[in-house]
Design a protein around this ligand. Structure first.
Ligand SMILES: [Zn+2]
Length: 60
């Protein structure tokens, strides 16, 4: 009952945008607030950044 498949990459994180699991060594990391966000690639990072910017920036 304790047998589990050994993951190829034990140290994985989930992409904040598409939720794909990726090795933390290749993830793009961005510290936001108290959490560190992870992204599978620059495209997801750009998407999140755009959305986050709109949500967080106060209007001037
Ligand atoms: Zn992604």
């Amino acid at each position: 009952m304790t047998e589990k498949p050994i993951p190829k990459q034990p140290d994985t994180v989930a992409c904040q945008v598409c939720l794909e699991e990726i090795p933390s060594s290749v993830a793009i990391s961005q510290e936001a607030d108290v959490y560190t966000q992870h992204f599978c690639g620059i495209e997801c990072y750009a998407l999140w950044k755009e959305k986050h910017k709109k949500e967080q920036l106060p209007e001037e």
